[in-house]
Every structure is written in C-alpha cells, then in structure tokens.
Design a protein around this ligand. Structure first.
Ligand code: FAS
Ligand code: PHB
Length: 390
C-alpha cells in the first residue's frame, strides 16, 4: 500500500492527525494494535484546554463536544479544612476549560474518520517503521497471518508510552528524562451525580483525592494510592470510605456513592524523550512524553504536538517548505517542558510524599498557604491550567 503519512497508533493523537490531514487533502493510514472496542474502553482524560477545543472544532468533530461537554471557569483546592476556588476565567483573562471525556472525543474522531472514508487498520500486529533515514520510509505490519507493507513519505509515531516508534530512534540519538512518583492514582467511574459542579483537588494527610466528572450523572473520582497497590484489593465500599476521609466535610456528607463501572490504577511519572523526530519519523503525544495527570495536561500536550506536526506536514505538501518539519521537535519540546513543569509542581503541591522530611512537609503547606493568599500565585496556576499558548 502507498500513503503520504503512515500513522502508528489509533488513540486521540493519531486520529486527530489523520482527520486534520484528510481535511487538507493529505492521505494517511492509521495502524492500531488493539481493537476499536478496546481503545474505546479506556477511561482517561477529562479536561480539554481551549487549544484542543479549537482544534476539535476546526477538524469538524466538535458537534457532540459542544452539546455534551461542560465549560468550566474554575475549580476548588481543599487543604486543612479550607476550600479555595481558583477562578480560572477571572485570573486568565477570560479563558475556561472544557470537561468532556477523552473516550467520547476518541469515539467522535473514529466516527468522523469512518464518515470520510478514513483508512484505519485495527489489530495490526508487529508494526515496524523502516528506512527512517531515507526519503522512502515504509511501515510493515501483520494481520490475519499476512504481512503488509505501507510505503509513505512520513511516519507519525502516535503509539503512546509503550509503543514501537520511540524505540525505533537509535539509543545513540535518543535522550530520555524521567521521574517516577512514589504513588499512583486509583480511579473510579460511577453513574452518580458529581459531588460538586466543579472539580475539587484535595490535599489531605491521608493522601491526595480528586473529584471530577464526565456529565450530570457520571462522576470520576481518584485517590492517591501506593505504587504497588492492586485494584483487586479495593472493593467499591473501601474506595468510597477512603475517598470520604480525604474530602472536605460538606463534600464527604453530600457525595452520592454507587457501583463502579470502571476501576483502575495508573502509575504516575514525568517523562520526556528528545528529540521528537528522527529522519522521516515524528513522535507525538504519549509516544514522546508522559505527565502525571494532576495538571490534566497529558491529552492536551498531545494536542499541541499534533497542531505543530500537522502544520508542518501541510507546509511540506502545500508550500513545499520543510522548515516546520525541521523545527517540529524543538518547538514542541518548548511547550512540553513547560507543561512538564506545571504537572510536576501541581503533583508536588497536592500529594502526600511518604519520604518527605518535616521540612519538606512544611514547605508543601507553605506553598499552599502562599497560593491561597496570593493572586499572583493563583494567576500563574490559572494560566498554566487553561493552557499556555501554542
Ligand atoms: P494513547 O496511549 O492514548 O494512544 C496510543 C495508541 O497506540 C493506543 O491505542 C495503543 O493501543 C496504540 N499502540 C501502542 N503501541 C502500538 C504499536 N506498536 N502498534 C500500533 N499501535 C500501537 N491525561 C489527562 O490529561 N488527564 C487524565 O486524567 C489522564 N488520565 C490517564 C490515565 C491513564 C491510565 C493513562 C495511561 C493516561 C492518562 N492520561 C490522562 C493521559 C492520556 O490521556 C494521554 O495523554 C492520551 O491518551 C495521549 O494520547 P495518545 O498520544 O494518542 O496516546
Ligand atoms: C479526569 O476527569 O479524569 C481528570 C480531571 C482533571 C485531572 C485529572 C483527571 O487533573
């Protein structure tokens, strides 16, 4: 087979790139190792920055998001009996975020690709990028006992943290930066009304907790747990009991509990790979970086990568200019590192670190006190949370 851009990975990064390229008359084939149901069964991000919302609308995929998504103009931070609202809209000069599940966005993207005749191969096995250093790269994959080859101009590695693309960059070229946090997040999705109309980030002596939602009858809750915790050790009742102990009193009394329809544990890490390009291969999204979900940046960073990469590919085909492709890695990394910093800062601010010294704990409390008392500090939080400019 022949295409202009071979895209490895059928998550939000790969699908959004394929959709944007299609609208500009650039062909692509998406190779996804899992089934579509498996991809759509994953529960992940819930908060979209304005930049991603704008991209989704421009890609012609925003109708359901605008109907079912919820713009949020602030969120609460609870700490030592206090509960402070961070007025995102007021502090960021009018910007808000959109609460709309990544799962829903992925479904919308799949449906748009289907309607426009998008070429997506599911259950593609042993996907292998080849001849990256030449101007005729190709990708092979196996399916149903057959081996296939796709000749292309470029390969987009949108295959997430455990994908094959980053591994295809020679170790002598690749630099990796990583911090693994000494805890994870145990998340529950339940068909219950959210405890609050906005998100509540809770700093508690027992550990961090987050109250989020997907819609008026679908709530998403997380509690910090030890990194070797196992989800089967947590009954729904145990989860709700622990969550209530970490919430402000009123929220703990008002929360509506119910059976979990999804329950999973995510490890927390900060990770960046440099460079994000090698020859004709370009990494985007989790294939190139991972942030702890505290700052709601993972999906939103994938979006800005796709913005830069799609613009660069369009310039190649429409303006015969390769400057965008040459600049892609450096440009994307500038925004990635700033989101990496914010996600690390918010994670350090809100979680219980077992190895912390007494001094470290006092620093954490003082950071929260300063945040609660300084508009300048809240402005800095707000401009990062709504999303730094592309
Ligand atoms: P994805 O990992 O979503 O997609 C990559 C795709 O590539 C997958 O479908 C995978 O099956 C496929 N693939 C992998 N290897 C392949 C191969 N060799 N060949 C072909 N296909 C291959 N972000 C937030 O902002 N907020 C959150 O609350 C949040 N929670 C998260 C919870 C969990 C458990 C995880 C893992 C991530 C979470 N994230 C969150 C981050 C998440 O939303 C990612 O940023 C987002 O999925 C990135 O999208 P992609 O880059 O498309 O990567
Ligand atoms: C979610 O709703 O899944 C969510 C929201 C905000 C975060 C992390 C996760 O910071």
């Amino acid at each position: 087979m022949q295409t202009q851009v071979a895209i490895i990975g059928g998550g939000p990064s790969g699908l959004l790139l394929s959709q944007i390229l299609h609208l500009r008359g650039i062909s692509s084939i998406v190779l996804e190792q899992k089934s579509r149901n498996y991809v759509l069964g994953r529960i992940r991000a819930g908060v979209l920055e304005q930049g991603l919302v704008d991209m989704v609308r421009a890609a012609g995929v925003g109708e359901r998001m605008d109907k079912e998504g919820h713009p949020h103009s602030g969120f609460d931070i609870a700490f030592h009996g206090q509960r402070k609202r961070i007025d995102l809209e007021g502090l960021s000069g009018g910007k808000t975020v959109m609460v709309y599940g990544q799962t829903e966005l992925t479904l919308d993207l799949y449906e748009a690709r289907d309607q426009m005749g998008g070429h997506i191969v599911h259950e593609a096995e042993n996907v292998t990028p080849c001849e990256l250093e030449t101007d005729r790269p190709y990708v092979t994959y196996e399916k149903g006992g057959n081996i296939y080859r796709i000749d292309c101009d470029f390969i987009a590695g949108c295959d997430g943290f455990h994908g094959v693309s980053r591994q295809s960059i020679p170790k002598s070229v690749l630099r990796e930066y990583e911090k693994v946090y000494p805890f994870g997040w145990l998340g529950v999705l339940s068909k219950t009304p959210p405890v609050s109309s906005e998100l509540i980030y809770n700093h508690n002596d027992r550990g961090f907790a987050l109250c989020s939602m997907r819609n008026a009858n679908l709530s998403r809750y997380y509690i910090q747990c030890s990194m070797n915790e196992r989800v089967e050790n947590w009954s729904d009742e145990q989860f709700w009991e622990e969550l209530k102990k970490r919430l402000p009193e009123q929220a703990a009394q008002e929360i509506v509990t119910g059976p979990s329809i999804e329950k999973s544990i995510a490890p927390l890490r900060s990770f960046v790979a440099e460079p994000l390009s090698y020859g004709r291969l370009f990494l985007a999204g989790d294939a190139g970086h991972i942030v702890p979900p505290t700052g709601a940046k993972g999906l939103n960073l994938a979006a800005s990568d796709i913005y830069y990469l799609s613009e660069a590919l369009i310039d190649h085909y429409k303006k015969k200019s390769d400057q965008g492709l040459k600049d892609y890695s450096e440009k994307a990394l500038k925004r990635i590192w700033k989101a990496m910093r914010f996600s690390w800062w918010m994670t350090t601010l809100l979680h219980k670190f077992p190895q912390n010294s007494e001094f470290d704990n006092r620093m954490q409390e003082t950071e929260l006190d300063y945040l609660f008392s300084s508009e300048a500090a809240q402005k800095a939080l707000a401009e990062n949370y709504v999303g730094l400019p592309y």
